[in-house]
Design a protein around this ligand. Structure first.
Ligand code: ATP
Length: 308
């Protein structure tokens, strides 16, 4: 089973307006309400390809209940820890070709809730082969929270795929996760240098590998992704596509990597699934969605270039 973590989920509200008028009332009859958060995007993509997946994290209040209901309707297995605060809303207003977002910071997690999560995580770990953790940490949790989860997973010999940024990522790396997946911008932030060329990316992944990460993947948007594992470096590149909505492509890539690794495939083959899921998601209007019947054919069209 693949266990996906979403510690700061949200109800994503998308409003379509012809025009956004400031300092007055805007009426809207095109509203889409979905269970959101990067980890839930990973979960949904894995469900699209019928993988054995369970979503966990922290949920609270009526908004939390809505997310559980949505997961039930999609027949997605879930096991969240309930908190006292209310799960947040995130608003995206689409207007005149623009996207204006208002993101609530979300509830604050207390010590008792954090302990309850550790307990639940340890229990779920016994049934999991791979763990994915995506997105930011909610208020109240220490920045070392992912680091502690990685330590627990590693003790039980479970692969941990970490997709976050900033201090949570820097501390997470100290616990030696199996895989991290920064994009170019995130890699530049960790390295504290500009990343402009393939040689810069290669130097970056080698540095991260020397810090104890087994498999470093850097996603490169339409150019695919560069992987570095056991001294081997390679680039998986998708064919040209017409991108409709690339939001959630990074999450879809994590889903593809987990899918491939869970099936016991090599890192190279797993990366091909990562690039396949990421690219197919970009061709869809929906966020965190791939058409299962397109996957295998598309994967055959990914080219793998060995660098080292
Ligand atoms: P996000 O934060 O939006 O989820 P990200 O910055 O983490 O994304 P990207 O590098 O943008 O990750 O995308 C991940 C993968 O999705 C890429 O490696 C690629 O395979 C695919 N992808 C993303 N955008 C495009 C695009 N415009 N055309 C083709 N493939 C894309």
């Amino acid at each position: 089973m693949i266990l996906t973590l979403t510690l700061n989920p949200a109800i994503d509200m998308s409003y379509q307006l012809d025009e956004l008028k400031i300092d007055t009332v805007n009426r809207c009859d095109r509203v889409i309400k979905t269970a959101g958060g990067k980890g839930l995007n990973v979960t949904r993509v894995l469900k699209c390809v019928n993988a054995d997946v369970c979503a966990t994290g922290l949920l609270g209040g009526k908004t939390g209940e809505f997310i559980e209901q949505e997961l039930d309707w999609s027949s997605i297995h879930h096991d969240f820890v309930h908190i006292k605060g209310n799960t947040r809303h995130c608003l995206a207003i689409m207007h005149e070709g623009n996207q204006t977002e208002i993101l609530e910071s979300g509830p604050s997690i207390d010590e008792e809730e954090a302990e309850a999560f550790f307990h639940e995580f340890d229990r779920l770990l016994d049934q999991a082969s791979i763990v994915t953790a995506s997105g930011s940490l909610p208020k109240g949790l220490s920045k070392s929270f992912y680091q502690k989860l990685i330590e627990r997973a590693t003790k039980k010999n479970k692969k941990f795929l970490l997709d976050t940024s900033g201090e949570a990522l820097e501390l997470g790396i100290k616990a030696h996760p199996y895989l991290i997946k920064p994009n170019q911008e995130e890699l530049a932030a960790i390295m504290g240098t500009e990343i402009n060329t393939e040689a810069d990316v290669l130097a970056g992944v080698k540095k991260l590998a020397s810090m104890g990460v087994t498999y470093v993947v850097v996603s490169l948007g339409k150019d695919g992704a560069l992987g570095y594992v056991d001294g081997r470096a390679f680039v998986a590149k998708p064919p040209k596509i017409y991108a409709v909505n690339p939001v959630g492509s990074g999450d879809s890539m994590i889903a593809g990597l987990a899918y491939g690794l869970d099936r016991g495939l090599s890192p190279e083959e797993a990366l091909k699934y990562g690039v396949t899921f990421g690219t197919l998601n970009a061709t869809e209007e929906k966020t965190g969605y791939v058409q299962a019947d397109q996957v295998e054919d598309f994967k055959e069209r990914i080219t793998l270039r060995v660098l080292e």
